[in-house]
Design a protein around this ligand. Structure first.
Ligand code: AQP
Length: 324
């Protein structure tokens, strides 16, 4: 089974990215082949500062390695280091029907929130389809918000196969973890960089505490019984705690006598412990930039090797004969 996923360097990674996607990257990395990439071409639609984009790409690579991505098992690379992706995007663009893109909710939601939509944002699912198809990917680990885009990928790949009467592209499937497919942010809505409600994984402890304290709750007094199921603090605690600890906290919610401040403190302690090892690993990686660079180079080489074969198949299928 071939696994692939990408993550945008549009800021530092947050708990939603980790529990929705990165956690799966690590769990699936020992498959036949696993490709994980930092989606800097996608990020161009939101990050317009070149120095900042480079910084985010670098931090993304260090974060992923610190969180457990193992370059001996999976290839980690930067999207723009595989130029084949842009050519395949164009080939796919020519078979993508407008109505498929018009109904994509990521685009519709951002537009509804007043975020300016350019052609890059509108056609993002086609670039994403190319990202996936270029490596004959079978499985794409993602959070809930990306499932629709995988459906678009399947539709586009199928249409290409149908139009050119060949099984040139593999049809991928999304892999989604039910429990963490939509991690809530500090306001209870989906945690998302563009909604300004994220809790970043590697925030320094003081800032992390401040962020966790900003999670919105209702105004029930300390002595009141509370409902864990409708509380974002509890939802976030569940990410880190085992079944028994989850139940203990839920009982304390229902019994009353515990304020939200105390529950938030439990989230903080659990998060610090959960990511403790990754924080230490990150410090080591920061001190060894050559290692990180070598990982990205080797990852891009492996990705290009595979990508070239698939692009060749696509070029042949649609009649792009090479003369030079
Ligand atoms: N809240 C979330 N819960 C579960 N999974 C999530 N993902 C993102 N937010 C959540 C998953 O993380 C992967 C990488 O995300 P991305 O950065 O490529 O795209 P994104 O969904 O656009 O992330 P953001 O924070 O929501 O960024 P903006 O605001 O720029 O759109 C994906 O697999 C995604 O599902």
């Amino acid at each position: 089974m071939r696994v692939l996923s990408g993550i945008q360097p549009t800021g530092r990674f947050h708990w939603g990215n980790y529990f929705g996607a990165i956690q799966q990257y690590i769990a699936l990395q020992n498959n036949e082949q696993a490709f994980y990439f930092i989606a800097n071409l996608h990020a161009l639609t939101t990050v317009r500062d070149p120095a900042l984009l480079q910084e985010y790409v670098w931090e993304a690579a260090v974060d992923l390695l610190a969180l457990g991505l193992d370059p001996d098992q999976a290839s980690l690379f930067v999207q723009s280091d595989v130029p084949e992706i842009s050519e395949l995007t164009w080939l796919l663009m020519t078979v993508t029907q407008m109505h498929l893109l018009e109904k994509c909710h990521a685009y519709k939601d951002k537009k509804a929130k007043g975020i300016a939509a350019d052609a890059g944002l509108f056609t993002y699912p086609v670039l994403m389809a190319a990202d996936i198809i270029l490596y004959d990917s079978d499985v794409v680990p993602v959070g809930n918000d990306q499932v629709q885009h995988i459906e678009v990928t399947r539709d586009v790949a199928q249409r290409f196969n149908h139009l050119y009467e060949t099984e040139v592209f593999v049809l991928p499937n999304a892999s989604v973890l039910d429990q963490t497919a939509k991690v809530p942010g500090t306001d209870g809505e989906k945690m998302s960089k563009s909604y300004n409600n994220t809790i970043e994984i590697f925030l320094p402890e003081k800032k992390l505490k401040k962020k966790i304290n900003s999670i919105k709750t209702d105004s029930k007094a300390v002595e009141d019984p509370k409902d864990p199921e409708s509380c974002p603090v509890y939802a976030l605690y569940r990410l880190f705690a085992d079944e028994q600890h989850q139940q203990e906290l839920a009982e304390r919610y229902r019994a009353g006598g515990m304020g939200y401040g105390e529950a938030k403190k439990q989230v903080l302690d659990a998060a610090l412990e959960y990511f403790g090892e990754a924080r230490e690993k990150r410090l080591q990686l920061e001190a060894d930039p050559d290692y990180v660079r070598d990982v990205l180079k080797a990852g891009a080489k492996a990705a290009r090797e595979k990508g070239r074969t698939v692009l060749e198949r696509a070029r042949d299928a649609c009649g792009l004969k090479q003369f030079a």
